[in-house]
Design a protein around this ligand. Structure first.
Ligand code: ADE
Ligand code: ZN
Length: 339
């Protein structure tokens, strides 16, 4: 086996968790067209190929415009089931053993789809996926930060009957101009209801937004967080607290957070002792699922087997699995590396 084949097999095979995945961002053009046809929706693209060619982004907002438009084909429970099942099947082939999935209820409730339709379809697929592929799961409900805090609070209230199914609340969508502080009261209420908290911060926004996410929203993980490097005291704090960052390498290149993969700070942050993980964010839009993200980062940053092992171990450490489950997977990672 060549060196490349061998490190690829290692990256694919090592047990790992995906912690930053927007289920709506796993909607492949083929399924988008099939659902558009099913519901009699006309897409502004003539073919799958034409749609894929439109996936050229200047920044986060230019992506979000397409992402929200695409999600409009998701209408009934079976659509959300099909979407989630396709994702699980795909990442099973990448050696993913556990997933923590974001969903954006407001993207759907805003267009008259019931909260129950969304969550019931996703949950049914997660249960089917665990039975079929052995992939365990947690569900994280994100608030759209470009909408107001009152809308987020109403969404939180809709989620209360599903407390047992949702482990955490998150914060996503347009970061610039929508600081975490806008959602302090919503997150406070969510935590008092028993939800854990995560938030996108420091993707396009400044390090100050990461500090707000930690201090005001009391997050257990920071999604992206790559701009922390601009504030050395913050980096030190993240290292000291072993605060996980769910980094998304292909997303960062596609949305021009970094110019090229070779410029990504993932390896520097890992070497600094940060609990960095690799994730796919919106794989249908950014050119690949978990393995593709590992592969692109490995090639661009010359990651070693030790780096890959650390990234996989970090993904288990940073997950919301129970202590015994984490112990089980850390042991499996050690066995895999030894073999
Ligand atoms: N929603 C889906 N993907 C996102 C990202 N990368 N940043 C913010 N919001 C998102
Ligand atoms: Zn994201």
């Amino acid at each position: 086996m060549t060196d490349k084949n061998s490190i690829d097999a290692f990256m694919r095979g090592i047990p790992k968790a995906e912690l930053h995945l927007h289920i709506e961002g796993s909607l492949e053009p083929e399924l988008m067209f099939a659902l558009a046809h099913k519901h009699g929706v006309k897409l502004p693209y003539a073919s799958v190929e034409e749609l894929r060619n439109a996936y050229q982004f200047d920044d986060l907002q230019s992506f979000l415009d397409l992402y929200y438009a695409g999600a409009a084909v998701l209408r009934d429970e079976d659509d959300f089931h099909a979407l989630t099942m396709a994702y699980l099947k795909r990442v099973h082939a990448d050696g993913v053993v556990h997933v923590e999935i974001f969903f954006d209820p407001q993207t759907h409730t805003e267009r008259g789809i019931a909260f129950a339709t969304v969550i019931d379809g996703i949950r049914r697929a997660l249960a089917d996926g665990e039975r079929e592929f052995g992939i365990t799961h947690r569900l994280i409900m994100c608030f759209l930060r470009h909408l107001d805090a009152a809308d987020a609070m109403r969404t939180l209230e809709q989620a209360l009957p599903y407390k047992d199914a949702i482990v955490a609340v998150g914060l996503d969508s347009s970061e610039r101009g929508h600081p975490p502080s806008k959602f302090e009261a919503v997150f406070s209420r969510a935590r008092s209801e028993g939800f854990l908290a995560v938030a996108h911060a420091g993707e396009e926004g400044p390090p100050a937004y990461i500090i707000e996410a930690l201090d005001l929203l009391k997050v257990a993980r920071v999604d992206h967080g790559v701009r922390c490097e601009e504030d050395p005291a913050l980096v030190q704090r993240l290292v000291q607290d072993r605060m996980p960052l769910t980094v998304c390498p292909l997303s960062n290149v596609k949305l021009r957070v970094v110019e090229r993969m070779q410029d990504h700070n993932l390896k520097r942050l890992l070497d600094r002792g940060l609990c960095v993980t690799i994730n796919s964010d919106d794989p249908a839009y950014f050119g690949g699922y978990m393995f593709a993200n590992f592969q692109a980062a490995q090639r661009g940053l010359d990651l070693s087997r030790e780096d890959i092992t650390q990234l996989a171990a970090n993904s288990i450490e940073a997950s919301f699995l129970r202590a015994a489950e984490k112990k089980h997977w850390q042991e499996k990672i050690r066995e895999f590396v030894a073999a």
